[in-house]
Design a protein around this ligand. Structure first.
Ligand SMILES: *Cc1c(COP(=O)(O)O)cnc(C)c1O
Length: 225
């Protein structure tokens, strides 16, 4: 199967899930996760109409961005270390994986210095086996409150990763929980957080049924890693 036909099949599945969820067509955006795949594969997907791409490592991001079309919108989706924040902000338009107060303070200060204003998603930990994401809701709220006062940050919503291979009911519960958390934060802080980044190759249809607005899909487009 080619990347173009895989992409077409994924887009059809997204449209079917939107329709099943009773959501308007086009409310879910596809982030193509190109980690470990070469720049040629990103280009093939771009030529098939895909414009949003995600990488999980800063080093791989900085290698790909300069050799690919400038129209691409890049998203960093993997854990970010303090010493890589400057590169992350230089090369990515979005950061999905902000998971501590320390990290958001660092991103705000580096972004202000470099006159950038990255779109930010706060990552929420969804289970014991997951390594990343906020676990402490007080820290998440302090981080959000801080971020809302920083003009160098554009808070757009929340992100999570569901437990791999979990049964459907558990997946739905995880995704519904992220949506409910977003709804309650919007109310408490009086701020719009429109984006829910949730759903991967194995579970994106469940995520769309629970309100996902960005699905992060690698394997179903580019093949196994
Ligand atoms: C790799 C990765 C994905 C994509 O996973 P697939 O199962 O290949 O679709 C999504 N989100 C994050 C954070 C990832 O690291």
């Amino acid at each position: 199967m080619s990347i173009a036909s895989n992409l077409a099949a994924v887009r059809e599945r997204i449209a079917a899930a939107e329709s099943k969820a009773g959501r308007p067509a086009g409310t879910v955006r596809l982030l193509a996760v190109s980690k470990t795949f070469p720049a040629e594969d990103v280009r093939a997907a771009f030529e098939a109409g895909q414009t949003m791409f995600g990488e999980n490592r800063v080093q791989e991001l900085t290698a790909k961005v300069p050799v690919l079309p400038p129209e691409i919108e890049w998203h960093l989706i993997g854990q970010l270390q303090s010493n890589k924040v400057a590169k992350a902000i230089e090369f990515a338009d979005w950061i999905h994986s902000v998971d501590s107060e320390r990290l958001i303070r660092r991103i705000a200060s580096v972004a202000a210095d470099s006159r950038r204003a990255p779109c930010i998603l706060l990552e929420v930990n969804s289970g014991e086996d997951a390594k990343s994401g906020f676990r402490d809701m007080d820290e998440l709220k302090r981080s959000l409150e801080f971020a809302l006062g920083e003009s160098s940050l554009q808070i757009r919503g929340l992100m999570t990763m569901a437990a791999f291979g979990a049964p459907e009911v558990e997946l739905r519960r995880t995704f519904a929980h992220l949506r409910d958390l977003r709804d309650s934060l919007q109310k408490e802080f009086g701020v719009a957080m429109p984006e829910l980044s949730m759903g991967m190759s194995a579970d994106f249809e469940s995520a769309i049924l629970e309100g996902s607005t960005i699905v992060r899909i690698g394997t179903a487009i580019f093949g196994g890693r």
